[in-house]
Design a protein around this ligand. Structure first.
Ligand code: FAD
Ligand code: NAD
Length: 465
């Protein structure tokens, strides 16, 4: 039986990054992946393909709606949806191919097949060879799969999850999206931009309900402009399909029924940890009441040589969170003292405008009775935003009332996903709003709006409003 210092089960951003870091630190490392391509949800059916379609659809939408104003006339503009999906496949292929290269470069042994525990140190791989390998340490990085509601039968043709929504063969005429969270709004945007009539049914009273409420409000305004219809505070009670038609019934708070019909229904009500056929019981690894692998502050399970990271454990289901945890565990096994500040892991919604946040929301500060100041700056007051016709949205900075330390930054606006990095760096160094306000920001850039919001937080000193 081949012996390894570390065996990692699952090759998503948690698993493959952990494998590279283990190998860099000189540990003999194996990576097991049940699918034929590496990269997990993120590279194959998540972050990368969704962003490819978001970019393509945004180009089309701009060409259709904004180009004339820019003075660019186009005739016979149309969507070649098959080509759009084909391009997305190409982006995925290239990206997953890159992970193969990285595994070879770092001398990580890759095994294809379902991995499962025989014991705390022996992993069986379900493939033609039915191999078994021995591990001093194991990292569970098996990720998550789409969740659903108990009464919904996902047929994966018309009643679909994000995985199928990234691979449709035709452009839907109408799409009902159940769940106004990240997946629903990103993929809802893709189809709305391409001309599909999209309706979003959300159980809570606002979309992206875990983010700062100002962000929900701003994004709602922009997505309504895109033509998306919203049914917030609606509880879905029935989803049925007859031929090519899907019917969704939901009740509002007062019990009034709304009946929606469409040719596709995307179910995006959250994802659930994936531990099927992993044989956790054979290793004695415990899970919590939500099926997540239980870990301590060092991402160690109740079995000391077994660790777990990424979507399969508690915390935000984000690729960069999984990556941080992969690195953390590799370094911890190597006897180092790594650190992750979960408060400073940014969250991004890749709609247009994008939404990006780090730190505390205003609602969280209120709930914990922290005294704070707010500075905000609308993109409509930014010259850069006007030049690119991206005037929707706002930057909001929350700072401690007494110390002026930045506690949260929330941006709904153009390139918010990239701009949030400035806030993360500032908060890592425990900057005050005054610090950000005194840093020179190039003109004209979208980032000037962050400085203006910081000036606002330091005491109404914003220049351009
Ligand atoms: P995963 O990426 O889920 O990888 C787990 C891997 O383990 C899978 O390849 C699986 O096949 C394999 N596996 C499972 N069990 C076994 C087994 N027993 N044996 C062998 N292999 C096994 N996050 C972001 O940060 N930014 C985004 O823009 C973003 N966009 C997303 C868009 C969509 C549509 C979706 C669905 C998700 C998106 N996410 C995004 C979330 C992100 O994909 C996940 O947080 C991330 O992939 C989690 O990484 P992971 O390594 O924990 O698990
Ligand atoms: P989510 O948790 O973001 O959103 C689910 C939404 O569904 C919530 O708003 C919730 O209130 C709503 N909901 C739940 N039950 C409902 C019901 N019965 N009826 C109507 N609405 C209901 O989950 P998601 O959008 O499925 O995404 C799953 C995970 O994938 C998320 O944790 C997210 O972090 C990750 N992801 C991240 C990105 C990104 O970083 N850009 C993109 C896509 C997915």
């Amino acid at each position: 039986m081949k012996k390894y210092d570390v065996v990692i089960i699952g090759s998503g951003p948690g698993g493959y990054v952990g494998a590279i870091r283990c190998a860099q630190l000189g540990m003999k490392t194996a990576l097991i992946e049940k699918y034929s391509t590496l990269g997990g949800t993120c590279l194959n059916v998540g972050c990368i393909p969704s962003k490819a379609l978001l970019d393509s659809s945004e180009h089309y939408h701009q060409a259709k709606h904004d180009f004339t104003e820019h003075g660019i006339e186009l005739k016979d503009l149309k969507v070649n949806f098959k080509q759009m999906i084909q391009r997305k496949r190409g982006v995925v292929e290239q990206t997953v191919g890159g992970i193969d290269f990285l595994m070879k470069k770092n001398k990580v042994d890759v095994y294809q097949g379902m991995g499962s525990f025989e014991s705390a140190n022996v992993i069986a791989i379900d493939n033609d060879k039915n191999e078994k390998i021995e591990a001093k340490n194991v990292i569970i990085a098996t990720g998550s799969k789409p969740g659903s509601l108990p009464f919904i039968k996902l047929d994966k043709e018309r009643i679909i999850t994000s995985t199928e929504a990234l691979e449709l063969e035709e452009l839907p005429k109408k799409m009902i999206v159940i769940g106004g969270g990240v997946i629903g709004l990103e993929l809802g945007s893709v189809y709305a931009r391409l001309g599909t009539e999209v309706s979003v049914v959300e159980y809570m009273d606002r979309i992206i309900p875990t983010m700062d409420a100002t962000m929900s409000k701003e994004l709602l305004k922009s997505m309504k402009k895109l033509g998306v219809k919203f049914y917030t505070s609606h509880k879905v009670k029935e989803v049925s399909r007859k031929g090519k038609e899907v019917t969704v019934k939901a009740d509002d708070k007062k019990g009034a029924e709304v009946v929606l019909q469409a040719d596709y229904c995307l179910v995006s009500v959250g994802r659930i940890p994936y531990t099927d056929k992993l044989g956790l019981d054979k290793a004695g690894v415990k899970t919590d009441d939500r099926g997540r692998v239980e870990v301590n502050e060092n991402l160690q399970t109740n079995v000391p040589n077994i660790y777990a990271i990424g979507d399969v454990v508690k915390g935000a289901m984000l690729a960069h969170k999984a990556e941080e945890e992969g690195t953390y565990v590799a370094e911890f096994i190597n006897g180092e003292k790594p650190h992750i500040d979960y408060n400073l892991i940014p969250g991004v919604v890749y709609t247009w405008p994008e939404v990006a946040s780090v730190g505390k929301t205003e609602e969280e500060l209120k709930a914990t009775k922290v005294e704070y100041k707010v500075g905000s700056f609308p993109f409509k007051a930014s010259g850069r935003a006007r030049a690119s016709m991206d005037t929707d949205g706002v930057v909001k900075i929350l700072a401690d009332k007494r110390s002026d330390e930045v506690l949260g930054v929330h941006i709904c606006g153009p390139r918010a996903a990239d701009m949030i990095a400035e806030a993360v760096v500032a908060m890592e160094f425990r900057a005050t709003a005054e610090d950000i306000a005194r840093i020179s920001h190039a003109h004209p850039t979208f980032t000037e709006s962050i400085r203006e919001a910081a000036l606002g937080a330091t005491g109404n000193r914003a220049i351009h409003i």
